[in-house]
Design a protein around this ligand. Structure first.
Ligand code: 5GP
Length: 203
């Protein structure tokens, strides 16, 4: 394809960070205010929460269907997150949107981000981190969507995940959602050239 055939392919942006840091909220803010940015819809074996819509928040699939998608090579990445549920990014929609010149955002966990880094190293990897550990704990408790045992498991995971910041190209501190959204949109619309190993923090 030559440039005259259509818009140049876009650079993929991957947003990851510890559990409960607010990745979903920041992504929802981008979705609400920037319909021009496409956000990948993941497949998951987790059951829907109240208010979640199939095909909008996730593609809710059975374990057998998830197995099939993986076996057919249809997942760009996938991981078991927080216990037994699997989550994955369908590959083709990502490729199609980027090739059509549409900016694409993945909001995924750290294990998935590492796989995308293998498959698409040219992507921009953005780490969302909380202003403090105490803030992360209070967000997880305040969310009230997990029971005590699940919260403990997610916090243990979050502690390990926080240590992965150095693997990312850019860090956004999620002190205030609108500001974090704004910084993320700026990165998506104008992805910086990054030299791997020299991370930048946006405060
Ligand atoms: P939740 O069950 O709260 O919606 O999401 C749990 C975790 O799964 C979050 O950390 C979220 O980033 C992650 N997640 C959502 N979709 C994907 C995906 O497609 N791939 C991976 N690896 N993680 C995902």
């Amino acid at each position: 394809m030559t440039p005259a055939d259509g818009p140049a392919p876009r650079r993929l942006v991957v947003l990851a960070g510890p559990t409960a840091v607010g990745k979903g909220t920041v992504a929802a803010g981008v979705r609400a205010e920037h319909p021009d940015i496409w956000i990948s819809v993941s497949a998951t074996t987790r059951p829907p929460r109240p208010g979640e819509v199939d095909g909008v928040h996730y593609h809710f699939v059975s374990p057998e269907e998830f197995d099939r998608l993986v076996a057919e090579g249809q997942m760009l990445e996938w991981a078991v997150v927080h216990g037994s549920n699997r989550y994955g990014t369908p590959r083709q929609p990502v490729v199609d949107h980027l090739n059509a010149g549409i900016p694409a955002l993945l909001e995924i966990d750290l294990q998935g981000a590492r796989q995308v880094r293998e498959a698409m190293p040219e992507a921009l990897f953005v780490f969302l981190k909380p202003p403090s550990w105490d803030e992360l704990v209070s967000r997880l408790v305040g969310r009230g969507t997990e029971d005590e045992a699940e919260r403990a498991r997610r916090l243990a995971t979050a502690e390990v995940e926080l240590a992965a910041e150095d693997e990312f190209d850019v860090t956004i501190v999620n002190a205030e959602v609108r500001q974090a959204c704004h910084e993320l949109v700026a990165l998506i619309e104008n992805p910086p050239d990054v030299v791997r190993g020299t991370p930048t923090t946006l405060l």
